[in-house]
Ligand binder design. Structure first.
Ligand code: FAD
Length: 424
C-alpha cells in the first residue's frame, strides 16, 4: 500500500495492509485494492468493518481525527441528565483489531485525478476507491450573528460531545422560571425528529427540577416528523410547558444576538435564559473540498452505487448525501455503510453490484419508559432513495402505555445493537 502517513497516526492494521501490497499477482492486487474512508461515524466505521468482512484482502483505511467517537443518538438524554456522556463514547480499537488501518487525523484535501487524500499533517494516502462519510457541518454563515464563538454561548449540541455537556450545564445553572428557547431549522438537517425529542426530554428535566420554567420552540417549518405523536405526549406529560411557533406564525429565527441571548424572528424577538440554536447544515466540509457537494451543500449520488454524481471513484454515504426519503439518521448511515461496502467489493471484483436496500429506524423518547418510532426500507430510484411500498411504520398515536414502554426498551436494544455493530 502506498501510504505516506506517519506511523504514529496509525492505530493498528497497517502491517497487514503493507504485507498484502508486497504481492504483485494481478488478481491478488485487484482483490487487495486500496479503499480509503473519510469519517469514522455510523456510516464510515460500518463501511470499513463491512469491507474487511466481505474481503479480508482489501486494504481498508479509516481516516478520523477523533480517537473517541461520541454518538448523537441518546445524547438528548445526556442533556436531560438521564445518562452519562460516557455511554455515548466508543473507541476505534476493535475496528483496528479487525484489520482496518485507523489514522487519527483529519483529511484536508482530496485529489480525484491523482486518487489521493491529503491529511492534516501534510502526508497523503493513495486510493483506488474513496468513501466520503463526513456527516454534517453546521452552516455558520447561514444565520446572522451565529458563528463558532456564539455557539459557546448559545450551544447547538448537534454534534455530540462538548456541546452536549455545555447545554446540560446551562440547564442545570438556569433558575426556576426561566425560558429555554430551541431554534429549529428547515429541512434537510440531521435527524428530523431529534429537536422535538430534545424539547420533550428537557421538559422532563425541568418538570422535576424547575417546574415554573417553559420551553419555546421557534421552528422554520410548519409540520414535523411524528408531530401528532409528540404533541399528544406533550399534552399528557408536560401540559402548558412546551410552546411551538411554526414557520407560518413567525417561528423562523432570522438572526441571533449573543450578547443578550436573543433570538430574532420577522415577527419579534425572544429572550432566552438558555438558547439552543440548531443552525442550518451541509455535508461535512471535506465533501465540498473533494468537489462532491453541489450548490445545496449536500452530495448528489447514484443511489444504486453511492457513487458521487460529480467526482469519479468517490462514493458518499450517511448524512452527507442527498438521500431522498432515506432519513439522515444513524440507522440509515450504518445501513448505507454496509451496502456501500458490498457495492465497492463487487465493483473491485469486476461484478455488477446488487441493488441496495437501506433500513432506517428512529426511536423518540419523550419521558423515560415512553417512546415511539418511525421506520422504513428505502431503495434507489432516479438517484435518490424512495420508501419501499408497505415497509413504512409509524407508531400509532393512540397506544397503551405498555406499548410505549416496549418501544422504550426496543430503543435501548437498538442503540446497543447499532453501536456494537459499528464500533465492535
Ligand atoms: P457521523 O456519525 O457524524 O460521522 C461523521 C464522522 O466524520 C465524524 O466522526 C467526524 O469526525 C468525521 N469527519 C468529518 N470530517 C472529517 C475529515 N475531514 N476527515 C476525517 N474525518 C472527518 N439517528 C438515529 O438513527 N437514531 C437516533 O435516535 C438519533 N438521535 C439523534 C439525536 C441527536 C440530538 C442528533 C443530533 C442526531 C441523532 N441521530 C439519530 C442522527 C445521527 O447521529 C446521524 O444521522 C449519524 O451520526 C450520521 O452518520 P454519519 O456517518 O453520516 O456521520
Amino acid at each position: 500500500m502506498r501510504l505516506m502517513a506517519t506511523r504514529r497516526h496509525v492505530v493498528r492494521g497497517l502491517a497487514t495492509a503493507a504485507a498484502s501490497f508486497a504481492l504483485p499477482c494481478p488478481s491478488y492486487a485487484q482483490s487487495s485494492a486500496r479503499v480509503v474512508i473519510i469519517g469514522g461515524g455510523f456510516g464510515g466505521a460500518a463501511c470499513a468493518r463491512a469491507l474487511r468482512k466481505i474481503n479480508p484482502k482489501l486494504q481498508v483505511t479509516l481516516v478520523e481525527p477523533n480517537r473517541i467517537f461520541t454518538a448523537c443518538p441518546f445524547s438528548n438524554e445526556v442533556i436531560a441528565g438521564l445518562r452519562d456522556i460516557g455511554a455515548q463514547q466508543f473507541s476505534y480499537e476493535k475496528i483496528a483489531a479487525g484489520g482496518v488501518s485507523v489514522i487519527a487525523q483529519a483529511a484536508a484535501k482530496v485529489d480525484p485525478q491523482a486518487r489521493s487524500v491529503g491529511l492534516a499533517d501534510g502526508t497523503s494516502l493513495a486510493y483506488d476507491r474513496l468513501v466520503l462519510a463526513p456527516g454534517i457541518d453546521l452552516r455558520f454563515d447561514a444565520l446572522p450573528g451565529y458563528d463558532e464563538a456564539t455557539a459557546e454561548k448559545m450551544p447547538h449540541a448537534w454534534k455530540a460531545g462538548a456541546q452536549t455537556m455545555l447545554l446540560r450545564r446551562q440547564l442545570e445553572a438556569m433558575e426556576d422560571g426561566g425560558t429555554v428557547v430551541l431554534a429549529v431549522p428547515a429541512t434537510p438537517y440531521r435527524c428530523p425528529p431529534a429537536p422535538y425529542e430534545r424539547a420533550s426530554l428537557i421538559a422532563h428535566y425541568l418538570k422535576a427540577k424547575k417546574p415554573r420554567s417553559k420551553i419555546l420552540i421557534l421552528d422554520a417549518k410548519d409540520v414535523f416528523s411524528q408531530q401528532r405523536l409528540f404533541e399528544k405526549a406533550w399534552k399528557e406529560f408536560y401540559p402548558g410547558m412546551i410552546e411551538r411557533i411554526p414557520l407560518s406564525e413567525g417561528g423562523r429565527v432570522v438572526s441571533v444576538e449573543a450578547a443578550t441571548n436573543t433570538l430574532v424572528t420577522d415577527f419579534g424577538n425572544h429572550d432566552a435564559q438558555v438558547a439552543n440554536v440548531i443552525p442550518p447544515q451541509k455535508a461535512g466540509n471535506i465533501a465540498n473540498i473533494a468537489g462532491a457537494a453541489d450548490k445545496t451543500g449536500w452530495c448528489p449520488i447514484d443511489a444504486a452505487t453511492f457513487a458521487s454524481k460529480l467526482v469519479a471513484n468517490i462514493h458518499v454515504i450517511g448524512d452527507a448525501v442527498i438521500g431522498g426519503n432515506a432519513p439522515k439518521s444513524a440507522s440509515a448511515a450504518n445501513s448505507e455503510g454496509k451496502a456501500c461496502a458490498a457495492v465497492i467489493a463487487s465493483l473491485l471484483a469486476g461484478k455488477p453490484p446488487e441493488r441496495p436496500t437501506i433500513e432506517g429506524t428512529c426511536y423518540n423518547t419523550v419521558t423515560p419508559g415512553h417512546a415511539f418510532s418511525q421506520s422504513g426500507n428505502y431503495q434507489p430510484r432516479d438517484d435518490i432513495f424512495v420508501e419501499v411500498m408497505g415497509s413504512g411504520f409509524t407508531s400509532p398515536v393512540n397506544a397503551l402505555g405498555e406499548i410505549r414502554q416496549r418501544e422504550a426498551d426496543q430503543a435501548q436494544s437498538w442503540y446497543k445493537k447499532i453501536t456494537v455493530e459499528t464500533f465492535g
